[in-house]
Design a protein around this ligand. Structure first.
Ligand code: 13P
Ligand code: ZN
Ligand code: NA
Length: 283
């Protein structure tokens, strides 16, 4: 069965590695992640954004995930990524989803807390783990001032208050990463990460890992990150594989043929990220 990510992350925290969370979109991308993780004996989180759920359908996805979990002996969590609509979350939980992110980070601090608390209250009745975010994942802009940047990154003292008042299972923090690739290498605020990790006990989540140098991911894990979210690099690898196939076979029309190079390319990235997180042989 698909499980909550709670124990996956607590195990990772105790043993100084991270569990990768891979954003999937459909059957093909799910199977890539499951195959790579099974081969490397890695626990794994498969993540779906609201856009993915609109695209594939929550019922289809839950059934694919349950089939995947029954096909392998690695622990598999299916996680709702960046969900803002509480009704979507409740629906997925009723269908068997055990791991959710409520992203109310765009709201005011008090509104964020209120919304997260509502989800935690509901999730507790179903043994579902809840991730929430404090801070904003921007920081790609060149012309941002130091104080502007500071106000977007997660404030350690507020993080303590936030975790205490919401009772969440994991906290997504902003330390300078962004979704997508980076125009230039981002400067991560490792001191901030260190401070937050010293002050709060719940596992910490790094969003926006695509495009980060391997050393930055490893350093973040050393300083307390226990879940690493990867989306864009997987999409690039998959589409590169498909594009290359069509370049060489412009008349192709069989999805079993033209999707396979996409899967193969994506699988290499998944393998690499599992090794980077150190979650191999941790099932
Ligand atoms: P990237 O697209 O930068 O990998 O970010 C993924 C993410 O944070 C998913 O929640
Ligand atoms: Zn994210
Ligand atoms: Na990124």
């Amino acid at each position: 069965f698909i499980i909550s990510d709670k124990n996956l992350l607590l195990n990772a925290q105790r043993n100084n590695y991270a569990v990768p969370a891979f954003n999937i979109h459909n059957l093909e991308t799910t199977k890539v992640v499951i195959e790579a993780a099974s081969e490397l004996n890695s626990p794994v989180i498969l993540a779906a954004t609201p856009g993915t759920i609109r695209f594939s359908g929550i019922e289809y996805l839950i059934n694919i995930m349950n089939t995947a979990a029954a096909s392998t002996d690695i622990p598999i969590a299916f996680h709702l990524d960046h969900h803002e609509d509480i009704n979507d979350i409740k629906k997925a939980i009723k269908l068997g989803c055990k791991s959710v992110m409520i992203d109310a980070s765009a709201l005011s601090y008090e509104e964020n807390i209120a919304k997260v608390k509502e989800v935690v209250n509901f999730a507790n009745r179903y043994d579902v783990s809840v991730e929430a975010e404090l801070g904003k994942l921007v920081g790609q802009e060149d012309d941002i001032t130091v104080s502007e940047r500071d106000s977007q990154l997660t404030n350690p003292d507020l993080a303590v208050d936030f975790v205490k008042r919401t009772n969440i299972d994991s906290l997504a923090i902003a330390i300078g990463t962004a979704h997508g690739l980076y125009k230039k290498e981002p400067k991560l605020d490792y001191n901030r990460l260190k401070n937050i990790n010293k002050l709060i006990k719940v596992p910490l989540v790094l969003h926006g890992a695509s495009g980060l140098p391997d050393e930055s991911v490893q350093k973040s894990i050393k300083l307390g990150i226990t879940k690493v979210n990867i989306a864009t690099e997987l999409k690039i690898a998959f589409s590169d594989g498909v594009k290359e196939y069509f370049q060489n076979n412009p008349e192709a029309n069989d999805p079993r043929k033209y999707l396979t190079p996409g899967k193969d390319k994506m699988k290499e990235v998944v393998r690499h990220k599992i090794m980077l997180c150190g979650s191999n042989d941790k099932k």
